[in-house]
Design a protein around this ligand. Structure first.
Ligand SMILES: Cc1ncc(COP(=O)(O)O)c(C=O)c1O
Length: 391
């Protein structure tokens, strides 16, 4: 299998972790030798309820027995997608009440950017330095990391960058700006939280000049920061909210949500303003609905805050210089990329799954399932500190 993996499946790095997965359950993934690995990554913030959560699995199975794909997005009334969009609306501010479902996060970003252009008639998009919003051409155009996109130019025109958390840059948002798009907590950059009322100030500036504010919650969303969506922590409501990853409970999804007034613009001029074959797929939507329902009906969001405190308490070591992030979206910083690499690789040998962040080589990603137990969290932290003791 390993040889076939490298021969037939395209890779995007020279050294993938290449663990051969046999099965997964709860907070653990098992390899083909049945070795258990405690999962501190959750499929990169995607497996909100851990692996094979019974409610998610049964929602999928029930839907499998009813119907699979029947029609392109938005034509037929399909209960799972309607239920999901309605439940999102119920738990979001009134102005975020209509959702468009996509197959991935990056597609939802594309849809949100298009909607902002369509709504304002403007072309300028402002994003943040070190931002990551996905890998299709539009999302890559607003990636704030030139080295990773240079090879794919030309990309979208009329894109400018501001420095996240720098209020003095907000003057660059003007009446020419269609939208400002930000991650509520910058992910790839190193789990950077907004500070000093930054998001509130961005919101105010957008309102002054008639630009739309898009918040990308593909990573912090769906309970991970202790609130259903990260923006609830920072007193700032976006015009367009983008979610994905953890919304699917382990299934591929993206979504963008806005007001009815905004969203209805996709219906004409031009007609079919954003279309997709599989977006809102009934099996995926059923899994997402079960996931969202569990997150809002359980105390998992409260637990995320308590679990953050537990990680901060148990991950104390001279080689951990800082722990960034909120809830169970945490990054432990070491003094060097070498140390971080060592920890991530040795952790796998020691039965713990860790991972990197895209643009911050000193960061160790800690984004376990929200359902991880306190004991499992403490055990994982001990594996990390034991490895650091050997370095
Ligand atoms: C903040 C953010 N936006 C967008 C994306 C892209 O989502 P997807 O990989 O589902 O296209 C990601 C994925 O890592 C992300 O973290």
């Amino acid at each position: 299998m390993t040889s076939d993996f490298f021969t037939y499946q395209a890779q995007t790095s020279e050294n993938p972790l290449a663990m051969e997965v046999s099965h997964a359950n709860g907070s653990y993934i098992y390899d083909s030798k049945n070795k258990a690995y405690l999962d501190f990554v959750a499929g990169v913030s995607a497996c909100t309820l851990g692996h094979k959560h019974p409610k998610v699995v049964s929602a999928i199975k029930e839907q499998l027995d009813r119907y699979l794909h029947v029609m392109v997005y938005g034509e037929y009334i399909q209960e799972p997608a309607v239920n999901l969009a309605k439940l999102l609306a119920k738990h979001l501010p009134e102005s975020l009440n209509k959702t468009y479902l996509t197959n991935s996060g990056t597609e939802a970003i594309e849809g949100a950017l298009k909607l902002a252009k369509r709504a304002t008639g403007r072309s300028q998009i402002i994003a943040a330095k070190h931002a990551y919003h996905g890998n299709t051409m539009g999302s890559m155009s607003i990636m704030g990391f030139e080295e990773r996109k240079q090879a794919f130019r030309p990309l979208l025109p009329d894109v400018s960058f501001i420095t996240f958390n720098d209020n003095s840059d907000l003057k660059n948002i003007t009446t020419k700006t269609a939208c400002v798009i930000l991650e509520t907590i910058q992910g790839g950059a190193g789990f950077i939280e907004p500070k000093n009322n930054y998001l509130e100030n961005v919101r105010k500036r957008c309102d002054q000049v008639g630009a739309l504010l898009i918040l990308d919650e593909i990573q912090p969303g769906v309970g991970r920061t202790g609130k259903l969506f990260g923006f609830e922590n920072y007193n700032c409501i976006p015009d367009i909210l983008v979610s994905g990853k953890g919304l699917g409970g382990g299934m591929p999804i993206g979504a963008f949500t806005a007001s009815t007034k905004l969203m209805d613009l996709l219906q004409d001029n031009p007609k079919f303003g954003h279309i997709t074959t599989f977006g809102g797929h009934p099996v995926i939507a059923a899994a997402a609905y079960a996931t969202l329902k569990e997150v809002v009906e359980s105390d998992l969001m409260q637990q995320a805050i308590e679990k953050e405190a537990l990680v901060r308490k148990h991950l104390k070591h001279p080689l951990i210089t800082e722990i960034r992030g909120k809830g169970l979206m945490l990054a432990a910083l070491t003094p060097s990329a070498d140390i971080t690499n060592n920890v991530v690789l040795k952790a796998q040998d020691n039965g713990l799954i860790l991972f990197w962040l895209l643009f911050e080589p000193k960061a160790i990603r800690i984004t376990p399932p929200l359902t991880i137990s306190n004991e499992e969290l403490i055990e994982g932290c001990k594996i990390i500190t034991d490895i650091l003791d050997t370095l």
